[in-house]
Write a protein of this length. Structure first.
Length: 120
């Protein structure tokens, strides 16, 4: 009688481990980019919170952003790249940037970040 084999072969296991390794390495390389994005959002929210107390102008918002950028030590994007837009419904802070993360050899991962924070 013929006996049926069950389970995974060693080559199948190696293929799955290689796939998990490639994806895991990409996640490890992208974590610092997302942590920096969270710092940018935190600084923008803090500057917007300071601007709600009084009648903010763009110069005061820019100074507040600069101060928070120095405290958080953000280097991926400059505080001058934050757009301060005045509209009918108040002031909005808008950031839109790409971050290029080196992956393997000449292969890089590109991540696009965009956030708008309303002041008033």
């Amino acid at each position: 009688m013929r006996r049926n084999q069950q389970g995974m072969t060693f080559i199948g296991l190696l293929c799955i481990l290689a796939l998990v390794g490639v994806i895991g390495y990409a996640v490890i390389r992208l974590v610092p980019a997302y942590l920096t994005y969270m710092q940018v959002v935190k600084a923008m929210n803090a500057a917007a919170g300071e601007g709600k107390n009084d009648n903010p102008d763009s110069a005061a918002m820019r100074r507040s952003l600069e101060r928070h950028w120095e405290i958080e030590d953000i280097s991926a994007v400059d505080y001058k790249d934050i757009e301060i837009v005045k509209g009918d419904d108040g002031i909005q802070l808008h950031v839109d940037y790409n971050e290029l993360v080196p992956y393997i050899a000449n292969v890089s991962l590109s991540v696009h970040f965009e956030k708008t924070v309303k002041v008033q």
